[in-house]
Design a protein around this ligand. Structure first.
Ligand SMILES: [Zn+2]
Length: 254
C-alpha cells in the first residue's frame, strides 16, 4: 500500500514539474523571438531581387574589443545593405527616435516593462558590420520589425510592421550597388563570421562583460575611462580617448 502512495506522490510531483517546464518554454521570450525572426525572414525573402542574399541570426565577434553582437538578419541587395532587428512582442509599445529606453505594456493591469531601444541597439549592430566591410561609403539601412503587437505608440522612422515594411520595399527599388559590390560585401561578412565563430554562451558572457564595464564607467571599446560631457542633447558619458575613440552613452534619466 505504502509504495503505491509514494509512487503516486512522485508521479504527481513529476507531472507538476513537467507542466511548469512546458509553461516556461511556451512563454519564453527566446522562443517568441525565434518565431518573430522566422516570420521576418519569410517576409524579407519575398522582397529579395535576383541574386540578393540574406544572412539570419549571426554573431559578429570583435577580437580587438572582445565584444560581440548578435544580428537577426542582414539583407544584401543591389538596393543597399539592410541590418534588421526583429521584435515579437504582444501588447503595446511606446518609444521615439531619441529615447534610449522604450516601454512595453503587455497587460494594462501589470507594471510596464522597459527595454533598450531596438533602433539604438541596431545602430551598434550597424557599426559592427561597417567595421568589417572594406567599403566605408556604403549606406546601411537600420530596420526594426515588430512582427506582432501594437506599435501605434512608437514615433520612429526606422520601425515597421510586416505591412509597412512591404510598402517600404515596394517604393524602395532604386539600385545603389552593383551585383559585384553586393556579393563582395556578403562574402566579407560571411567569411568574417565563419573565421571568428563564438558560441551563443560566449556571446552572452561578452554582453554581460560590456555591461559590467559600463557600470564601472569603463569604455567597452578601448577600455579608457568614461567621462561626463555635455552635448546637444544634454549630458552623456564619453570616452577619455576622444576623438580616437568615439564611444558615447546617454546618461539614463529616470
Ligand atoms: Zn574608448
Amino acid at each position: 500500500m505504502i509504495p503505491i502512495i509514494i509512487g503516486a506522490i512522485v508521479g504527481v510531483f513529476v507531472l507538476i514539474c513537467l507542466i511548469t517546464l512546458l509553461r516556461i518554454y511556451f512563454r519564453s521570450d527566446s522562443r517568441k523571438g525565434k518565431k518573430g525572426e522566422k516570420r521576418a525572414a519569410t517576409l524579407l525573402k519575398k522582397h529579395m531581387m535576383h541574386g540578393d542574399k540574406l544572412i539570419n541570426d549571426v554573431i559578429l565577434y570583435d577580437e580587438e574589443t572582445k565584444s560581440s553582437v548578435q544580428i537577426d538578419h542582414i539583407l544584401f541587395s543591389t538596393r543597399g545593405i539592410y541590418v534588421i532587428e526583429t521584435k515579437n512582442y504582444s501588447g503595446k509599445i511606446y518609444g521615439t527616435d531619441k529615447q534610449s529606453i522604450w516601454t512595453h505594456v503587455y497587460d494594462e493591469n501589470k507594471p510596464a516593462m522597459q527595454f533598450y531601444s531596438p533602433v539604438k541597439q541596431n545602430v551598434i549592430h550597424i557599426s559592427a558590420v561597417k567595421k568589417i566591410l572594406h567599403n566605408p561609403l556604403t549606406t546601411i539601412y537600420n530596420i526594426v520589425i515588430f512582427t506582432s503587437g501594437d506599435i501605434s505608440g512608437v514615433e520612429c522612422r526606422y520601425v515597421y510592421t510586416p505591412v509597412t515594411l512591404n510598402n517600404f520595399f515596394k517604393t524602395h527599388t532604386e539600385a545603389k550597388l552593383s551585383p559585384v559590390a553586393r556579393d563582395k560585401m556578403y562574402e566579407e561578412i560571411s567569411e568574417y563570421a565563419k573565421k571568428n565563430q563564438i558560441s551563443k554562451r560566449q556571446h552572452i558572457k561578452n554582453v554581460e562583460k560590456t555591461q559590467k564595464d559600463l557600470d564601472n564607467k569603463i569604455c567597452p571599446r578601448c577600455k579608457g575611462h568614461l567621462v561626463k560631457r555635455v552635448g546637444k542633447y544634454g549630458e552623456f558619458w564619453g570616452c577619455e580617448n576622444y576623438p580616437e575613440c568615439r564611444f558615447a552613452m546617454r546618461i539614463k534619466n529616470k
